[in-house]
Write a protein that binds this ligand. Structure first.
Ligand code: OOG
Ligand code: NI
Length: 459
């Protein structure tokens, strides 16, 4: 990389900040939510000095106030593969495959995010990116009409495409180009209140599925939420009404625990926003559309395949007892069933580590820093007080939770059955590359920290 080039992490970080500023203007409730999250995070850190110390020691503290994820829904393979190239300029790569068809949502998805430890600590901005699956729509006429509309739109500016090509060619962007790139790419995520279609087409698409109308009717894939990270989601959920925000009935993901695992999320309902449709003859007709919402999340430890299998089993078990109703009527029962089911999941870091359920980073204690040994067994080194361990943060998403977030924003009417048909191969063909395996990356970060400890101790 040339010396005056901006690092991909700096571009990502600046882009995430620009996106946040734009969304705050577009959806004022997001700003309110950010204030609430900042307050709860400050209070949590003040009340838990041990947590604060470990977050500081592992370089996780600084990133939290800047941490967020967003989501977009794309219409075509061309859009998806170009988006992958744009995100690569920001050091973001597709991790994981999520099939949402099982949940009655006609999309499949990945999450673009940084992958290295240093990059994640600099700024972990992620974008949950879905691709519409017109193949799941039964009405053939409508399917063809939607494909035609999508084929005509251009979601990237010429500038965004040119600068992406330049970054690919030259291996980076200088300061001016990077700034220009950020403002050009931001255009793709902007809200457009003038629809691409007439009112009749919007309603046809909407009747097939609300999500199809959201993807097909507009000029671009407006960012539909931006999610800050909290250190105490139960507290934020409880305080939301005080801030004039009505949360969804239940928090998605695992129950409240001493040792947070994976991801817990809650959201507030999508806004009903004025839009206009261009009818035959060119006249504009007023209407409304609900798409954009707010979400918050609490992130816990990344689980190993063994830990994840246990999580999936316990979640499934509790959902067999109580399935959360969209209207919130059985929320307490659901929470009780979830807590009862998860009693089986160890809730202290030592057991989670010893049983191989989660990923950790290892580092030397003060005693370890003063010691020298050729002992290579990490457990012995921990028992001797030479090595300590901290949870690695989960950076990805959960399909059942994502489905719950989609559903709560689509409304009950949108509950629809599709035949489950994951098609990762098709997704990867459309994307133009394979998605990365999340477990490999956590395991790599863990192993690198073990190697560093052993190296330092043998000196
Ligand atoms: C994406 C929903 C999934 C999450 O946090 O699980 C998601 C969407 O509604 O487009 O963002
Ligand atoms: Ni989300």
């Amino acid at each position: 990389m040339k010396p005056d080039y901006v690092s991909t992490s700096d571009i990502r970080s600046a882009f995430s900040a620009a996106m946040s500023a734009m969304y705050r203007e577009e959806v004022p409730a997001y700003g309110t939510l950010m204030e609430l999250v900042a307050r709860v995070n400050d209070e949590t850190l003040a009340a838990q000095p041990k947590l604060k110390e470990r977050l500081e020691a592992t370089d996780y503290l600084d990133r939290i106030s800047e941490e967020r994820h967003g989501a977009i829904r794309l219409g075509t393979a061309t859009e998806l593969s170009m988006m992958a190239r744009v995100f690569a300029v920001m050091g973001m790569y597709p991790v994981g495959y999520y099939d949402l068809s099982t949940a009655g949502v006609p999309v499949h998805s990945t999450a673009f995010r940084p992958i290295g430890d240093a990059e994640l600590k600099r700024n972990p901005f992620r974008v949950f990116t879905s691709l519409l699956r017109l193949d799941l729509i039964a009405d053939e006429d409508l399917r063809r009409a939607a494909a035609d509309i999508l084929a005509r739109r251009r979601i990237f500016t010429d500038g965004a495409i040119a600068l992406t090509e330049k970054a690919e060619r030259d291996g980076g962007l200088n300061t001016d180009d990077a700034q220009h790139f950020i403002s050009e790419v931001l255009e793709t995520f902007r809200w457009h209140d003038e629809a691409n279609v007439d009112a009749a087409m919007y309603h046809r698409l909407h009747d097939a599925h609300r999500l199809i109308a959201d993807v097909v009717s507009f000029k671009g894939p407006h960012i539909n939420h931006l999610t800050p990270r909290t250190l105490d989601i139960d507290r934020v959920q409880a305080l939301m009404p005080d801030y004039g925000i009505a949360p969804k009935a239940v928090v998605e993901g695992p129950p409240t625990r001493a040792c947070p695992i994976l991801l817990r999320q809650t959201s507030f309902k999508a806004l009903d926003e004025p839009v206009s449709f261009r009818n035959a003859g060119g006249a504009w007709e007023e209407g409304s559309h609900t798409a954009r919402f707010g979400e918050i999340e609490q992130r816990g430890i990344a689980l190993t395949p063994k830990g994840r299998a246990l999580y999936d089993r316990l979640l499934d078990q509790s959902r067999k007892i109580v399935r959360p109703a969209a209207d919130g009527s059985n929320a307490r029962d659901y929470e009780a069933a979830l807590a009862q089911s998860f009693a089986e999941f160890p809730d202290d870091w030592s057991t989670i580590r010893a049983e191989g359920l989660g990923y950790f980073t290892y580092s030397l204690t003060a005693k370890g820093n003063a010691a020298s040994t050729n002992h290579g067994d990490i457990k012995t080194l921990i028992d001797q007080g030479l090595v300590q361990f901290d949870p690695i943060v989960y950076e990805d998403f959960l399909p059942v939770s994502a489905a719950g977030i989609f559903q709560s924003n689509l409304g009950d009417g949108a509950q629809q059955e599709f035949v489950a048909s994951p098609n990762q191969q098709r997704f990867e063909t459309d994307l133009g590359m394979k998605v990365l395996n999340e477990f490999d990356h956590y395991a790599g970060i863990e192993q690198a920290s073990i190697d560093a400890c052993l190296r330092a101790l043998s000196k």
